[in-house]
Ligand binder design. Structure first.
Ligand SMILES: [Zn+2]
Length: 360
């Protein structure tokens, strides 16, 4: 997240700045190409007499950045903000202490309520946090139950924000539920970084989140689970991830097993003739199962099994082979997109095998 995402203000020459009262909604001024170092003393943005950047020499000005969502006159609460957070990269966020305190179970890591210092009563106290503005932005949007997707935070930022929610005593299980914008944001990022987002869901036992993310993990290679990921995602979610893969591969093997239906002997195709198709099916399906991956495509199945028909002269055998491939593909499509649970895969299999029995 670059500085252009925050409101930029030019303050009076440094050293003479005196906090002034907050009046109108601050006007953003264009950001200079190179920002002066962050202010060492916490000023009160913005000051009433704003100057254009060109009127001030670079060494005498101080640029301060204020959140474009959490600025003094932002209409995000019934009352004006009474608390200011300062991110590690010196961006100011104006918030409501009751909102932050109401979300936190540990007094925002015991930083709230803040100790009021003299001279800051008019704008509320300033609390410096160790989080970067991009991370703090996601945290505060979560606390206010607002979406921050328009800021396009990346995977690392969102992960850091969820960890920080936990650190500040904000229950992750309550703030990352299907109805919250943060849940939707994590879900939207999951195709880009499925294992990272799945690990995050596992770390905080967010089952409702892990389920949809798991659909992006079929192509993930299990040997790529590092010690760090395994430790963070918790044993239950590691187990689910393995079952997602092994359960599907096991299901595929079971689905592949039955050969095409034999037919009553005809003058040109007796049982011995038909056995050659059964053997060819067994060989081809063993080849498929050997290299099976949970994301095996239906076209791969088709291209491995369809050529078996090339050597068949019997039309009934041809037709039975086509039916069997069609059935296998539809069964695999159902199993492939079902969730993780090994029990569920087993249930599906038993239902499918029941259908197989009743099918002609
Ligand atoms: Zn035949």
């Amino acid at each position: 997240m670059d500085n252009s995402e925050w409101l930029q203000f030019v303050s009076v020459p440094s050293g003479t700045a005196t906090p002034g009262p907050l009046t109108d909604k601050p006007l953003a001024v264009s950001a200079p190409t190179s920002l002066p170092p962050p202010v060492s003393q916490v000023p009160t943005p913005p000051i009433s007499q704003q100057n254009s950047p060109s009127e001030l020499s670079p060494e005498s000005t101080t640029i301060i950045s204020v959140s474009t969502t959490f600025f003094p006159a932002a209409n995000i609460g019934p009352f004006p903000p009474d608390l200011i957070f300062l991110s590690s990269d010196s961006v100011f966020f104006y918030v409501h202490s009751h909102q932050v305190l109401g979300a936190s179970e540990n007094g925002f890591q015991s930083l709230l309520p803040p100790k009021i210092r003299k001279g800051h009563e008019d704008v509320g106290p300033v609390i410096a946090l160790s989080e970067h503005s991009a991370v703090l932005n996601v945290i505060l949007h979560a606390i206010y139950n607002m979406t921050c997707s328009h800021y396009s935070p990346d995977v690392d930022t969102v992960t850091a924000a969820v960890d920080a929610l936990h650190k500040y005593g904000i229950p992750v299980t309550k703030y990352v539920t299907p109805s919250t914008p943060l849940f939707q944001l994590i879900l939207a990022l999951s195709p880009l970084a499925p294992i990272e987002m799945y690990t995050l869901a596992g770390a905080y036992d967010l089952h409702n989140l892990a389920v949809p993310i798991s659909s992006h993990l079929l192509a993930f290679s299990l040997p790529n689970v590092t010690d760090e990921l395994a430790q963070r995602m918790q044993p239950i979610y590691l187990k689910k991830l393995f079952f997602l893969h092994l359960g599907r591969i096991d299901a595929l093997k079971r689905l592949l097993l039955p050969p095409p239906q034999p037919h009553a002997p005809t003058p040109t195709c007796d049982f011995t003739e038909q056995k050659s198709l059964t053997r060819a099916w067994a060989l081809a399906s063993a080849y498929l199962a050997w290299d099976a991956r949970p994301d095996l495509s239906t076209s791969s199945i088709e291209s491995a099994l369809r050529p078996l028909g090339n050597h068949l002269t019997c039309e009934i055998c041809q037709s039975n082979l086509t039916k069997r491939i069609k059935q296998l593909i539809s069964q695999w499509a159902v199993v492939k997109f079902a969730f993780i649970s090994f029990a569920l895969v087993s249930t599906l299999l038993s239902r499918l095998s029941h259908l197989e029995h009743v099918a002609p």
